[in-house]
Design a protein around this ligand. Structure first.
Ligand code: IFM
Length: 456
């Protein structure tokens, strides 16, 4: 599997629109499913929302200055669909596109490759009211939206991601209900998963039609699934199937895991999966992004601590189980184990031979936003986490996984979805009042690594 041609690893950072932009009512932006979920009592740990966030819509220049100080070669950001098509349909809001135009030009002017993701969870609310991802029409609307954005930015953007972590959109959004739109319907989640993959394939095709040299990928959150002693083997297999194989099998050979088609009528009946759909999905990713944070340790049901966001309800038809994250853990309750990143990169490389890979997110939440009197923010645990995971990436590359870039999550402390502002993943923190950015020690450490990589 070794690839002698692999260039040095590119260093970058990632963010997403709803998590950093704020300015929800500015320049004609429409409502999204996250605006609606945040308004629901109890949905967000601290009752907050993305209304202000990092104010990046107004302060992109400050973010750009941070990116230049970091010396990264790539910046992954996402485009808010409701800024571009407020109603999720034909009407285009050019002021929204103008903003992303400025972002792209600013990045290119600073020698940083723009890496836009078209969908990082902020579905226009109008489309959810029409049924959301469980209905096929949403995938078709996504392709239209992709065409609009590609027409505007495709002369300068070469690398696109369609969907971010479709597992989260489908299974946290429609099965566990902890993410927007907050529905708890297992079957709808499977239909959503299929339509997210279909949307990816259709969107990728329209971008390539318009810009044949474009490299269009999909970003998946995957992890090795590890059985604890006494784990139910069926539960372990189901978690792996829903988390990893559903996406990889569809992309690699246009099939869904028999374990899932055997349990979910949405994948076999109801006309959800139509002839030609999976043929469109197979081979549709020019590259694959891997978002990795933690391995998933599956064991028998236990009371007590279960890692944040790893809700067993997100795996419909799976026999009862619990996640057993071992220490050390991050502030999210997620087990820290860099070997899982190496393992999942090698798994993906074997399943999709020849497809370039990128670590499109990796990072850790630790409670470290305190600015000391000398202006520094100490976050040694984050430095250790990044160092160990970068070493794991290098091991995977040496073993033949064609990993081209590593993008740390995240540039800034930001809105962490159902956890609100209670969890901080940033290389830089924010003053809660003024939104002034302060780099943490991990920022300076990462800048040195990025500089050394560029000069190598
Ligand atoms: O903040 C999220 C991001 O939006 C998607 N991937 C995981 C991150 C940490 O939970």
């Amino acid at each position: 599997m070794a690839d002698a041609q692999l260039p040095p690893l590119g260093y970058g950072v990632a963010t997403s629109s709803y998590q950093i932009e704020g300015a929800l009512d500015v320049d004609g932006r429409g409502r999204s499913i996250w605006d609606e979920l945040c308004a629901r009592t109890g949905a967000i740990a601290d009752g907050s929302d993305g209304a202000i966030a990092c104010e990046s819509y107004a302060r992109f220049d400050e973010d750009l200055a941070l990116l230049e100080d970091l010396g990264v070669s790539a910046y992954r950001f996402s485009i808010a669909w409701p800024r571009v098509q407020p109603g999720g349909d034909g009407r285009v809001e050019t002021r929204g596109l103008d903003y992303y135009d400025r972002v792209v030009d600013g990045l290119l002017g600073a020698g940083i490759r723009p890496f836009p993701t078209l969908y990082h969870w902020d579905l226009p609310q109008a489309l959810e009211e029409a049924g959301g991802w469980p209905v096929r029409d949403t995938a078709l609307r996504f392709a239209e939206y992709a065409a609009v954005v590609a027409e505007r930015l495709g002369d300068r953007v070469t690398h696109w991601a369609t969907m971010n972590e479709p597992w989260c959109s489908a299974f946290l959004g429609y099965a566990a209900g902890v993410h927007a739109p907050g529905r708890r319907e297992g079957e709808a989640a499977y239909a959503a998963a299929h339509h997210l993959l279909l949307g990816h394939a259709l969107g990728a095709a329209v971008i390539r039609d318009a810009w044949p040299a474009a490299q269009v990928g999909i970003v998946l959150n995957m992890a090795p699934v590890r059985p604890e002693p006494d784990a139910d083997p069926l539960a372990v297999d189901m978690v792996d199937a829903v988390q990893n194989r559903l996406w990889l099998d569809a992309l690699a050979d246009g099939s869904y895991p028999p374990l899932l088609t055997g349990s979910s009528p949405a994948l076999t009946e109801h006309g959800v999966v139509r002839e030609g759909d999976l043929a469109a999905v197979v081979g549709s990713a020019d590259w694959v992004g891997v978002n990795y944070y933690t391995p998933f340790r599956v064991g028998p049901v236990m009371t007590g601590e279960v890692a944040v966001g790893q809700d067993a309800a997100a795996y419909p038809y799976t026999p009862a189980f619990s996640f057993h994250p071992r220490p050390p853990r991050t502030d999210m309750g997620w087990e820290v184990d860099a070997s899982g990143l190496e393992a999942i990169l090698l798994t993906v490389a074997r399943r999709l031979p020849g497809v370039p890979l990128r670590v499109t997110e990796n990072g850790a939440a630790f409670p470290d936003r305190e600015v000391q009197a000398d202006g520094s923010v100490s976050d040694p645990e984050r430095i250790g986490y990044l160092r160990d995971h970068l070493a794991a990436v290098e091991r995977a590359r040496a073993a033949g996984a064609p990993v081209h870039d590593y993008l740390a999550w995240s540039l800034l402390d930001n809105f962490e979805w159902a956890e609100g502002y209670t969890k901080t993943f940033g290389l830089a923190t924010l003053d809660p009042r003024t939104r002034a950015r302060t780099p943490k020690q991990s920022f300076h450490w990462y800048a040195e690594r990025a500089r050394a990589a560029r000069e190598s």
